[in-house]
Design a protein around this ligand. Sequence first.
Ligand SMILES: C[S@@+](CC[C@H](N)C(=O)[O-])C[C@H]1O[C@@H](n2cnc3c(N)ncnc32)[C@H](O)[C@@H]1O
Length: 210
Amino acid sequence: MEKQELRTFGRRHGKKLSARQTMLIDRVLPTISPTNLPANTGKILEIGFGAGEHLREIARQNPDKTVIGAEPFMNGVASLLSAITNESNVVRDEYKNIRIFADDVRDFLRQTDSQFEQIWILHPDPWPKARHEKRRLLHADFLKNLLNYLTPDGEIIIGTDHWEYFDWIVENAKNAGLHASTPDIDTIHTRYQTKNMAGTSAPKYLIIRA
Ligand SMILES: C[S@@+](CC[C@H](N)C(=O)[O-])C[C@H]1O[C@@H](n2cnc3c(N)ncnc32)[C@H](O)[C@@H]1O
């Protein structure tokens, strides 16, 4: 029997959605699901996009690529939908390349045969209490599985301001024999980065290549 997966995210629903957000989830979300992805364009995946600030930025920077975001927190999904649609509730031109999977990325990965040039994970839930450590998403088995979804020169880019989780990921990746480097880079500031709940001076970044 397959081992049951532990939940890696906190909650799926937060404060009550506005009428417009509910309408966008009912009507627009189904039209931008990541099914039947075009075979001949490059693809980028962001896992746990939160409110989608970084996802929108990479969509604008890469108009010729399909940018897929996976996020089970519906208030985050609603924020992204509000930001990418105009007053007529139509997806704005600069965001037409966005596709959303509004659930656990592990379910998306089980159902896709796509390969990605980049897989971004920014500020993954740190689950700081020792008894919750098993809920951390970025353990070695998950990272090794992600490699199967990279193009030959693709990369997984992880950023977090939670330095203890960062060191834990680096150690797990190295023990699993993954090719990991810790470059000095910066990227756009997401909502979670601005909160900086870990209270550190800056996020640290890790790149894993196939
Ligand atoms: C701490 S928040 C960071 C959000 C955003 N990346 C940012 O920097 O503002 C982590 C996010 O990862 C999402 N998450 C956790 N486990 C996930 C999973 N298995 N699949 C997709 N998203 C997940 C959570 O729902 C949450 O929104």
